[in-house]
Ligand binder design. Structure first.
Ligand code: C2E
Ligand code: MG
Ligand code: MG
Length: 587
């Protein structure tokens, strides 16, 4: 081992070397001090008791203490926080024993209260007896670097809008919880949350308010869970929660209920009071999936199920949902191409005038025949077409095809057949509706009074004032308007009076039990009487038996439609049907 005098000798030879190179001769000590002052690192020398015997300028600048204030004192008595002082003493003892750490970090508290993180590297000088005489410590202030590191670390793992863990950290935690649960055979739950109506808030109140809402939601959610649970922002209006160490599945539903309960209190956004619902889907490990992807996918499916139930509720995943989701996906993919592949057909179901027993009109009903999926009911694909917006082009096709068909029949001399076409909610609300209808009428040459549009009660009641305006425009064109499935929604009678409509169609469900259920009979009776006093035509849908027909005739119902007369028929068959015209002579 090198002795102290050998080291000092080496040092002074090094300084001599520097003097030679720069070509001057200065006092060795001055030169050494100058070098130590400009190296930009903290350099200090301690004696064997830990007292400072040298403190360079960088030490002074960093700590705010002058060398004279520090000289002879132990650093940890002056510069180190109480919690770090002990470790500084322990470190120094280690150095004395010769097994000093090559590098370590500790905090220095400056005179002005500033805090510096210093990365140290120590060297001990020893005498001939191998005893430590001095310790030379060189250090670099890494406070800034650490802060930048922490900031980068934060940005990589937290969402800057909500301050919640982001997707990356969420995946990290999830795989950690999954690994732990696998090893110890434990359950955990994954909650997938989606705000109800967020798009509406964002679009109507602006993105700033939308962001504010997300922040407020993010602040409320962690209060509904334990500290060991993870609440993360998955993006847009979606949040995810991991509930590790589940004893019972019910714990997950308790958390979901707590969240829904918390969200029943309104949010105050700027000047707006806003109630926001939450749709929550839950998947549980191991029952609902063995890996991250399956658990996430299944909680997402369950969330959609909660949405389709009207939102503001939670749903546990069940495998049936999966097949439903797959079917939905399959339908959606095929639906997009169905029009161009010419897979739609119209069938026509006759409507019978109960006074003349002749066909008063036909209702056009769409059919979808896909080579792979077979025949798909409109009850299944119309809602999907609505949701995806595809209904607009499908609806246009239906209208054009039905109008062209009606015109064709008229050209063949078959007059007095009213063509009824169903309009969906989205079609009714589309701003191009009136223009589209008038274009199609012009294109096909059908006169407007040969066309009737059927709208369900819920569609027109949803925004009754706007509906009245649109209905008036349609009515002014000379087109007939019918309210479909009447009795299923909640019509306000005062609105009904103001709607410019021609016809009410009694929903099939009331007709079905009209002869056996006194309530249904009473409702049908009331609808017929009310229609007549409002001077509206009334049609009974879904008439299947002679008993139902006789009942309706006794109530003076104007028209009937149902399997008793005919199912919806392909175009060739309905033409044959129309040729026979008279259905039955006399009641
Ligand atoms: P909707 O407009 O109320 O049509 C009547 C539905 O009842 C039709 O079902 C028809 O086949 C069925 N139906 C008729 N008579 C009877 C009967 O005696 N017994 C029974 N059990 N059912 C009968 P479909 O064709 O499956 O259509 C279902 C719904 O799909 C329609 O209800 C309508 O809301 C919608 N829809 C059908 N075609 C179109 C369309 O072109 N556009 C739009 N937007 N919706 C359509
Ligand atoms: Mg209809
Ligand atoms: Mg109907």
């Amino acid at each position: 081992m090198e002795s102290e005098s050998e080291k000092l000798f080496k040092l002074s030879s090094a300084i001599g070397e520097i003097q030679n190179r720069i070509g001057h001769t200065t006092d060795q000590q001055d030169l050494l001090t100058a070098i130590l002052d400009i190296v930009g690192a903290l350099v200090l020398i301690l004696d064997k008791d830990g007292r400072v015997i040298y403190f360079n300028r960088t030490c002074e600048e960093t700590s705010g203490y002058d060398f004279v204030e520090i000289r002879g004192k132990c650093l940890w008595d002056v510069l180190t926080r109480e919690e770090d002082a002990e470790s500084a003493r322990v470190n120094f003892k280690k150095i004395l024993k010769g097994n000093y750490p090559a590098a370590y970090e500790n905090f220095w508290n400056g005179k002005d209260g500033s805090e510096h993180l210093i990365a140290w590297s120590n060297t001990a000088l020893v005498n001939e007896k191998s005893e430590v005489t001095y310790v030379i410590a060189t250090g670099i202030d890494i406070t800034e670097r650490k802060l930048t590191e922490q900031r980068l670390q934060y940005l990589a793992h937290f969402d800057s809008l909500t301050d919640l863990p982001n997707r990356t950290l969420f995946y990290d935690r999830l795989s950690h919880v999954l690994g732990h649960s696998r090893r110890y055979n434990q359950m955990f739950a994954l909650l997938f949350l989606d705000l109800d109506g967020f798009k509406f808030i964002n679009n109507s109140l602006g993105h700033d308010i939308g962001d504010l809402l997300l922040k407020m939601v993010a602040a409320r959610l962690p209060k509904c869970v334990r500290e060991s649970d993870t609440v993360a922002h998955a993006g847009a209006d979606e949040f995810v929660i991991i509930l590790p160490l589940l004893e019972r599945v019910q714990e997950a539903s308790m958390v979901a209920e707590k969240i829904l309960d918390t969200f029943s209190t309104p949010f105050y956004l700027d000047t707006h009071e806003c109630f926001v619902g939450m749709s929550i889907g839950i998947s549980v490990y191991p029952d609902d999936g063995d890996d991250i992807d399956a658990l996430l996918k299944n909680s997402d499916i369950a969330m959609y199920q909660a949405k389709s139930k009207g939102g503001n509720t939670y749903q546990f995943y069940n495998p049936e949902m999966n097949s439903r989701a797959l079917r939905r996906l399959e339908l959606e993919n095929n639906l997009r191409k169905a029009l161009e592949k010419n897979e739609f057909r119209l069938q026509y179901q006759p409507k019978i005038d109960l006074n003349t027993w002749s066909v008063s009109g036909v209702e056009a009903l769409i059919r979808w025949l896909n080579p792979q999926l077979g025949m798909i009911s409109p009850v299944e694909f119309i809602p999907l077409a609505e949701e995806t917006g595809i209904i607009i082009s499908i609806g246009e096709w239906v209208l054009r095809t039905a109008c062209a068909q009606a015109k064709h029949w008229q050209d063949l001399g078959c007059n007095g057949i009213l063509m009824s076409v169903n309009l969906s909610a989205r079609q009714f609300k589309s701003k191009d509706l009136v223009l589209t209808i008038s274009n199609i009428l012009e294109e096909t040459g059908l006169s407007p009074d040969s066309l009737e549009l059927e709208l369900t009660e819920t569609v027109v009641m949803d925004d009754a004032e706007t509906a009245i305006k649109i209905l008036r425009e349609i009515k002014n064109m000379g087109i007939h308007i019918a309210i479909d499935d009447f009795g299923m929604g909640y019509s306000s009678l005062s609105y009904l009076k103001r709607f410019p409509i021609d016809c009410l169609k009694i929903d099939r469900s009331f007709v079905n039990d009209i002869t056996t259920d006194t309530d249904d009979a009473a409702i049908a009776t009331a609808i017929i009487a009310m229609s007549h006093s409002l001077k509206l035509r009334v049609i009974a849908e879904g008439v299947e038996t002679n008993g139902q027909l006789e009942f309706l005739c006794a109530l003076d119902c104007d028209e009937a439609q149902g399997y008793l007369f005919s199912k919806p028929l392909p175009v060739e068959d309905i033409e044959t049907f129309l040729l026979s015209k008279k259905i039955r002579s006399g009641a």
